[in-house]
Design a protein around this ligand. Structure first.
Ligand code: KIV
Ligand code: ZN
Length: 398
């Protein structure tokens, strides 16, 4: 694993972005998404296997169940860093350490709100009190564990001067990763990048830490904001499978992993994630959380590699690059789906019939195509069985 400072000397392609998965913590905070102990363990095992660098396994103080899940995940992980979340309280941090300390590579992640809204309305604390709390809690955590992540919650709505001061305080107290949360999904790509650049320029010692980006998707910009932060110097992306998370969710892991892979020409960063496991992870999380994946979800949606229109199907049959920017196999899917419907063309129909064992000449296909269009007008999708029935009617009327 390389650090941002070490990366500076390396050729661009060597820049490694750490993937921090918080499906089991921020993802599970999504209303209605709670998972069983066994489901959490199975998801953690898959994340560990597929090369996720850091797994945020839960919030140990939140409940006995969360504590048990984080401890068991810490015991089972083979290579991922196992992280637990803790508020800025000694009790939270001690409980978190008790859960993660079984891991080969444990991490404590502690946070406090820094924006005016959070300071005044959530914490009722002055700036000075927040700074004192940061010193006390981060240094306490650092005495327990070498790997400490600290987050200024609602960072993107925090005054720049105070954000710099708060981060400097956390770095001095021993934080090794500084996470910049866009807690309410308020930032935009240009601003996300500008914040990271500004912090790197102004905060002493920050260049020795990993900078993380943690974006929420309230305005649908979480993936773009995360990638912009990476381009500006962040080297850890916090994300969840299927973008599961509070309100509109978090940055989707599958989106950032594939964006960095497909557009490596303009974003020369690599991750350690085996992308061929993405579909498996998506299905596992959707089923455990009980949250179906929207059909047109990027990368893992049912329609992400499906084509219905005649022009697209015709192009795909000639060369898959015409309408696909990645191969289905790259995300763990067997094949592209050419879905037959009213927009499909003759070429796709002929191809499908051939697959089903019907070799038709041009005249015959012209006739069947008329019947197929009439059927497709009545039905949304035409399945293999419909085509077989159509061919039987054709044969009996011949
Ligand atoms: O969104 C957020 O601010 C968080 C913090 C706990 C990092 O999830
Ligand atoms: Zn969050």
């Amino acid at each position: 694993m390389t650090t941002p400072s070490a990366d500076k000397q390396a050729p661009a392609k060597q820049d490694r972005v750490l993937i921090f998965d918080t499906t089991l913590r921020d993802g599970e905070q999504s209303p209605g998404a709670s998972m069983t102990h066994e489901e959490k363990l199975a998801i953690a095992e898959l994340l560990d296997d597929m090369g996720v660098d850091i797994i945020e396994a839960g919030f140990p103080i939140a409940s006995e169940g969360d504590f048990e899940a984080v401890s068991d995940i810490a015991r089972l992980a083979k290579r991922s860093v196992i992280c637990g979340l803790a508020r800025a309280s000694i009790g939270d941090i001690d409980r978190c350490w008790d859960a993660v300390r079984h891991a080969k590579r444990p991490r404590i992640h502690t946070f406090i709100g820094t924006s005016p809204l959070h300071r005044e309305h959530q914490l009722s604390m002055s700036k000075e009190q927040v700074l004192e709390k940061i010193t006390a809690t981060v240094s306490h955590a650092r005495n327990l564990c070498e790997d400490i992540q600290w987050s200024p919650m609602d960072a993107t709505r925090t005054e720049e001067d105070f954000l710099c001061l708060a981060i400097e305080t956390a770095v001095k107290a021993g934080a090794t990763t500084i996470n910049i949360p866009d807690t309410v999904g308020y930032t935009a790509p240009g601003e996300s990048a500008q914040i990271i650049r500004m912090l790197l320029e102004r905060v002493p010692g920050l260049d020795k830490c990993i900078i993380a980006t943690h974006c929420h998707n309230d305005l649908g910009m979480a993936t773009a904001n995360s990638l912009a932060a990476v381009e500006a110097g962040a080297r850890q992306i916090e994300c969840t499978i299927n973008g599961l998370g509070e309100r509109a969710g978090n940055t989707a892991l599958e989106e950032v992993v594939m964006a960095l892979r497909v557009r490596n020409d303009i974003m020369p960063f690599s991750t350690g994630v085996d992308s061929t496991r993405l579909m498996q992870a998506s299905r596992m999380v959707a089923s455990a959380a009980g949250f179906p994946v929207q059909f047109n979800k990027a990368i893992v949606g049912k329609n992400a590699f499906a084509h219905e229109s005649g022009i697209h199907q015709d192009g795909m049959l000639k060369h898959s690059g015409t309408f696909e920017i990645m191969r289905p196999a790259d995300v763990g899917l067997n094949a592209t789906a050419l879905v037959l419907g009213k927009h499909s063309g003759r070429h796709a129909l002929k191809n499908k019939l051939k697959e089903l064992g019907y070799e038709l000449g041009d005249n015959q296909i012209a006739d069947v195509f008329v019947r197929f269009k009439a059927l497709a007008d009545r039905k949304k999708e035409v399945y293999d069985e419909d085509l077989v029935a159509l061919m039987e009617v054709e044969a009996s009327s011949a």
